[in-house]
Ligand binder design. Sequence first.
Ligand SMILES: NC(=O)c1ccc[n+]([C@@H]2O[C@H](COP(=O)([O-])OP(=O)(O)OC[C@H]3O[C@@H](n4cnc5c(N)ncnc54)[C@H](OP(=O)(O)O)[C@@H]3O)[C@@H](O)[C@H]2O)c1
Length: 211
Amino acid sequence: MTTAIIGTGGIGSVIARHLASGGETLHLSSADHESAQTLAAEIGRAAVVAVDNRDALQGADAVVLALRFTVLQGVIDEIAGPLMGKLVVVPSNPLTIDAQGNVSRVLPEGQSSGKVVAGWLPAGARLAMAFGTLSADLFESAANRSPEPAVLFYVTDDDRAGEEVERLIRRAGFEPVKAGGIEQSGRLEVGGDLHDLVVSPAQARSLIGGA
Ligand SMILES: NC(=O)c1ccc[n+]([C@@H]2O[C@H](COP(=O)([O-])OP(=O)(O)OC[C@H]3O[C@@H](n4cnc5c(N)ncnc54)[C@H](OP(=O)(O)O)[C@@H]3O)[C@@H](O)[C@H]2O)c1
């Protein structure tokens, strides 16, 4: 199947490489066109560079918006039409970094980033918050772990989105575990209890149950 990756920076490139290794066909798009081209060349025949963000969605079953939280709404508005009927996967943490390198949350304490993103999406798009729980380095080292796979947590309110994101998580070399509905997205983000954890499926289920 085909997945569009919009944003080929730190996390988008790692997600793209692992999905392609797992057999997914990719359409890549980024404001940094050169990084999308370099990544496509590295991946080979499984990846093509789209002309722009809307073009990336043509023929794609799903899209990963591997973008900083502060640009997400603008890109969603730009691609709203083609998003209808698709799985939308968002790994973004609701953070911003100032010129001095200070990181701060862009949403009020306790407000669910997943709920905010859901409010930006057009009707008919199916949202899962996923692929943002591990730093790029941890993602790289934990993928395709054996004998027991490492877990990637996700949240969604939509059963079909759950099935679809589970397929993508497996393709990327992890075992999917649902941490709850979209309002639980705070558990996955930086500062959340499930962020940057490399755990087995059994450990993951006990963490979910113990919450
Ligand atoms: N990096 C990680 O380890 C990691 C891990 C988990 C979650 N996350 C989350 O994932 C999100 C992305 O992080 P990142 O580290 O990958 O950021 P990043 O390295 O800055 O990558 C973002 C990419 O999006 C592109 N972009 C910006 N505006 C765009 C637009 N309008 N259309 C298409 N592409 C656009 C950027 O291009 P330009 O560079 O040209 O602007 C860049 O290639 C963040 O919310 C972060 O919290 C990151």
